[in-house]
Design a protein. Structure first.
Length: 312
């Protein structure tokens, strides 16, 4: 079958790979679209918790069919991956895709979408009327988080990112205010701009960036703010100042979907994709044939603001 094959750490190549044959407890999926994510890049580079065997097929998530049933999957049976015509997944791990929901948008609701929805709803327990700050809002996760916060009842949503054009797009998607980030602005100045945009302070922060933006967000916290830490695309470290962090009584909450109970993930998937199917949550999707995997991979490494998907 055609596949995106890893023979060493780095970028997969378009090549032929052995067809998967399901064993007990495994399901064969005919892949319709495969998502491309930062985690795929990290896994392929060998810098993630999960290390790929060689050779293997790249990719974790996708939408496909099983006996005519359209399903979403995340996590394949090694050495198979999602970036191929067919793959193997553990039985019982499939989620139904709602009727009318586009394949690409369904994939966007997976790794990225759940990492936006569940931190707001389940980890931070967002309350109606609260103010939400989304850092790194120009990415797929951030774009979904802005819209999800509104769906979940946030009174005010502030989108923060470096890309001014992306911020204007996020205003159209429901952001009440935006903050353009820069690399050299002092933390105190950025905190002041965030506080002003939030109308006095932030109740919940969704943070896939860490570094200076995270420190500024805590500097703009209302007492009892929940700061949900998802990733560190800006920096792996941030020097917290004890006094300000303590005075605001900030709750710093780590988050990764792989440690969320299965029933919570399943419920979150159903709720998020239901809103997406109803048009309340959308993402720009960029499609490419599987044969262009190397080009699409480079786009992901360069931090694409659209959801990238490959079509076998």
């Amino acid at each position: 079958m055609d596949a995106a094959v890893l023979t060493e750490p780095g970028t997969p190549t378009f090549a032929s790979f052995d067809d998967p044959v399901p064993a007990d407890g495994q399901v064969l999926v005919d892949v319709r679209v495969a998502g491309v994510n930062p985690v795929d890049v990290a896994i392929a580079a060998g810098v993630f918790v999960t290390k790929p065997p060689f050779p293997s097929v790249a990719g974790r998530e996708g939408v496909g069919t099983v006996d005519g049933r359209r399903v979403y999957f995340n996590g394949c049976v090694a050495p198979f991956g999602s970036m191929a015509q067919r793959t193997l997944v553990p039985a019982g791990s499939l989620f139904d895709v709602p009727e009318g929901l586009d394949d690409g948008l369904a994939v966007a609701c997976g790794i990225a979408g759940l990492a936006a929805w569940l931190p707001l709803q389940w980890r931070a327990r967002l309350q109606p009327g609260e103010t939400v700050l989304v850092l790194g809002a120009s990415g797929v996760l951030g774009t979904i988080a802005v819209q999800a916060a509104k769906v979940l009842g946030a009174g005010r949503v502030v989108a923060a990112a470096r890309d001014g054009d992306a911020l204007r797009r996020l205003t159209d998607l429901g952001a009440d205010a935006t903050v353009q980030l820069s690399d050299d602005e002092p933390v105190a100045d950025l905190a002041g701009r965030i506080r002003d945009a939030a109308g006095g302070g932030v109740d919940v922060t969704i943070d896939p960036v860490w570094g200076t933006p995270a420190l500024a967000a805590m500097g703009a916290a209302r007492r009892g703010m929940r700061h949900v830490q998802i990733g560190h695309s800006a920096a792996p470290a941030a020097e917290l100042v004890a006094g300000g962090f303590r005075e605001a009584m900030v709750d710093l909450l780590g988050y990764t979907t792989r440690h969320v109970p299965g029933d919570v993930v399943a419920r979150g998937w159903a709720e998020l994709t239901g809103h997406a199917a109803a048009g309340r949550i959308t993402v720009d999707v960029e499609r490419a044939p599987l044969a262009e995997v190397a080009h699409v991979w480079a786009r992901q490494v360069a931090s694409a603001h659209r959801k990238l998907v490959l079509e076998p």
